[in-house]
Design a protein around this ligand. Structure first.
Ligand SMILES: C[S@@+](CC[C@H](N)C(=O)[O-])C[C@H]1O[C@@H](n2cnc3c(N)ncnc32)[C@H](O)[C@@H]1O
Length: 383
C-alpha cells in the first residue's frame, strides 16, 4: 500500500507518529517491530519512523519547530535553516515587501519564514509529494502552495520573487549553475526585478550580474549559502553575514601587502568569498603577506567576529626537518594544522612530524611573498 502524507496527518497517523518519535534514535529494527505489533501496516510504520528520524535531524536547522514539521530527506538537506530564512524574511519585510512568489519552495522552509514576517506567499513546487509537505508545513500561515512549474508562473502581481533552485541531482550535489533547476537562464531573467536568489557558496563571481548585491552567509564558521539581492533590493555590491553580524563593501579592493606580524587572522569564509578581505584588513589595521592569500597580519590584536586571531610564535621557511625540530623543542604533541596556499596534505604531514610532548600548537602552512612558510602559532587571547 503506498503511503501518502495524508495517512500521517489523520488522527491515527498523528498517534502513530507520536509513538514513532518516542522510539526515534534507538534501534530502528526494534522500533519497526514495535510499531507493527500494534497492527500498523509495515509501509506506514516505516514512513512514521522515517518522519520521526528526519524530525530529529531537522532540529539542527529548525530547533524545536522541527517536531511539528514534515520532511523528505532531500527536502531537509536543501532547506534553508531557520535563522538564515528568518533574517532574509525580516530584510524583505523591512524593504516593504508584502507579497512573494517562492519559486521552487521545497518543503517550505523559506515560505514559512516569509509568512511569519508578515509576507503573503505563493509557493510553487514541481514535485507533488514535496508540495504536499510544503502545504502541511505552512498550514495556518498566509501561504498558498501550488504544484507546478515555477517558470510558467505570471510574476507580475508580486512585490518580490524568491528562488532557491535545486542544486542536487539524486544524491549528488550540483556545482554547475547551468544544471540548476529551475534553469540558470530563468534565474538570470529574474535578476531584473526585485528578487532574491539563493545560490551555492561556490558560485563564480563572473556569473553575478553587476547590478545585484551578492551576500555570503556563514553560520558557526560554515559558509552555508550565497544570495543575490536584485533590483531595488540591492543595497551594496557585496555583503558577508557572519552569524548575525554583517560586513559590506565593494568586493573589488586588494588588501595592502606587507610583512608577517605578531598576529595572524584567518578570516571567516563568508568574508573571503564576498571578496571583503581588504575591508576586514582596514578594520583590523592588518595586511596580507602574499597577494593571493587571505591570511591577515598585524602587530596589535583587535577583537573581531569576522576572523580568528592567532599569536605568531615562530616563522619558518617551510622544511619538514626544521618544523619537526621546532615542534620537538616546544614539546608539541597536539597540533592543529591549517593551510592556505599550500599543497601539503595535513594528515600526511602530521604523520611525518612524529609529534610527541605535552604541549599544543597550531601550525599555519602558507606562503609569504610567494615562498612556502610554516607559522607556529597559538590561538590569540580574546582581545
Ligand atoms: C533547494 S529546494 C528549495 C528549498 C526551500 N527554499 C526550503 O528552504 O525549503 C528547490 C526546490 O525546487 C523545486 N524545483 C526545481 N525546479 C522547479 C521548477 N521548474 N518549478 C517548481 N519547482 C522546482 C525542487 O523540486 C526543489 O524542491
Amino acid at each position: 500500500m503506498p503511503v501518502s502524507l495524508a495517512d500521517l496527518l489523520s488522527p491515527a497517523g498523528q498517534d502513530l507518529l507520536a509513538r514513532a518519535e518516542a522510539l526515534a534514535g534507538g534501534d530502528p529494527l526494534r522500533a519497526a517491530a514495535q510499531l507493527r505489533t500494534a497492527g500498523t501496516p509495515p509501509e506506514l510504520a516505516s514512513e512514521a519512523l522515517t518522519q520521526a528520524a528526519l524530525r530529529l535531524k531537522g532540529r539542527a536547522k529548525f530547533g524545536a519547530d522541527a517536531d511539528g514539521m514534515y520532511f523528505t530527506r532531500a527536502g531537509l538537506e536543501q532547506a534553508t535553516r531557520a535563522s538564515v530564512s528568518a533574517r532574509r524574511a525580516a530584510r524583505l519585510a523591512a524593504a516593504g515587501v508584502r507579497s512573494v512568489a517562492d519559486l521552487g519552495c521545497g518543503i517550505g522552509a523559506d515560505s514559512r519564514a516569509f509568512a511569519r514576517a508578515g509576507i503573503t506567499v505563493h509557493a510553487i513546487e514541481a514535485d507533488p509529494a514535496t508540495a504536499e509537505i510544503a502545504t502541511a508545513n505552512t498550514a495556518g500561515l498566509p501561504v498558498t502552495v501550488t504544484c507546478g512549474d515555477a517558470t510558467e508562473v505570471d510574476l507580475s502581481g508580486y512585490d518580490a520573487v524568491f528562488c532557491d533552485p535545486a542544486r542536487r541531482s539524486g544524491n549528488r550535489r550540483i556545482f554547475d549553475p547551468k544544471a540548476y533547476s529551475p534553469p540558470w537562464d530563468f534565474i538570470v531573467s529574474l535578476t531584473t526585478r526585485p528578487a532574491v536568489i539563493k545560490l551555492g557558496p561556490g558560485i563564480d563571481h563572473a556569473l553575478l550580474p553587476a547590478t545585484a548585491e551578492a551576500e555570503w552567509v556563514s553560520v558557526g564558521g560554515e559558509v552555508v549559502e550565497a544570495a543575490l539581492w536584485c533590483d531595488r533590493l540591492a543595497e551594496v555590491p557585496r555583503r558577508a553575514t557572519v552569524d548575525e553580524l554583517q560586513m559590506t563593501g565593494a568586493g573589488d579592493r586588494e588588501a595592502e601587502v606587507g610583512e608577517v606580524g605578531r598576529y595572524v587572522y584567518d578570516p571567516d569564509g563568508a568574508v573571503i568569498r564576498a571578496h571583503l578581505v581588504a575591508e576586514l584588513a582596514d578594520e583590523l589595521g592588518a595586511r596580507i603577506a602574499d597577494p593571493t592569500i587571505a591570511y591577515l597580519y598585524a602587530d596589535e590584536l583587535r577583537a573581531t567576529p569576522f576572523a580568528r586571531g592567532y599569536t605568531v610564535e615562530e616563522v619558518l621557511p617551510f622544511s619538514l626537518k626544521r618544523l619537526r625540530a621546532a615542534l620537538r623543542e616546544r614539546e608539541v604533541g597536539r597540533l592543529t594544522i591549517k593551510k592556505r596556499g599550500s599543497a601539503l596534505e595535513p594528515e600526511s604531514l602530521r604523520r611525518q612530524l612524529r609529534l610527541s610532548g605535552s604541549q599544543e600548537a597550531t601550525v599555519i602552512l602558507t606562503r609569504v611573498a610567494g615562498a612556502p612558510v610554516a607559522l607556529i602559532t597559538q590561538p590569540a587571547p580574546a582581545a
